[in-house]
Design a protein around this ligand. Structure first.
Ligand code: SF4
Length: 174
């Protein structure tokens, strides 16, 4: 089996998350793919030009598919005056950076003929089942991130790190 697997960089221990951390997963399945040199690591937000660390972003007005098809935007939470509890800066729209990173990810997928990705759960880029709902209140909604939506559109099967066994079974069948 030589099918390569795309994996979110943060799941491989790279400190690329918005807060400068990683979320390394250590699992025999990942180890096996590593041993066979089958893993391609990618962080779409960093590839799209966003810094580390960076403010947390959420999709406003939908999920990843809506960003591509219906004008939903990826925004950064405004600063809040804690006394007045009012926003004192406007939303910062970072949709273009998210789209640019997703397009680079798709190019990588085509280059390596990748059919399977393991992407970080709940991320506005990488989420596959749920994402934060745009209210910056910790609430989730059903839907995928911006990169996941693009990859799925082009036929890539996307699992989260919580679905490694299903991902491995899918990979075995490729
Ligand atoms: Fe980068 Fe995706 Fe990890 Fe966020 S979840 S840090 S975009 S790889």
């Amino acid at each position: 089996m030589t099918q390569k697997v795309l994996i979110s960089s943060c799941l491989l221990g790279e400190k690329v998350r918005y807060n400068g951390s990683h979320c390394l997963i250590t699992h025999p399945i990942i180890k096996e793919w590593h041993q066979h040199n089958l893993i391609i690591a990618f962080c779409p937000e960093v590839a799209g030009g966003l810094p580390i660390p960076r403010p947390a972003a959420e999709i406003s007005g939908g999920a990843g598919k809506d960003v591509w098809e219906r004008g939903a935007e990826v925004i950064i939470k405004p600063l809040v005056d804690t006394n007045a509890n009012d926003a004192i800066s406007p939303d910062v729209i970072v949709t273009q950076a998210f789209k640019a990173g997703a397009e680079q990810c798709l190019a990588l997928v085509h280059q390596h003929q990748i059919k399977l990705a393991i992407l970080k759960a709940k991320s506005p880029s990488c989420g596959s089942e749920t994402i934060y709902d745009g209210s910056f209140s910790g609430k989730l909604r059903v839907g995928e991130g911006v990169t996941t939506a693009l990859l799925v559109k082009y036929g890539v099967k996307v699992f989260s790190e919580l679905q490694l066994k299903q991902a491995y079974e899918y990979w075995l069948g490729l």
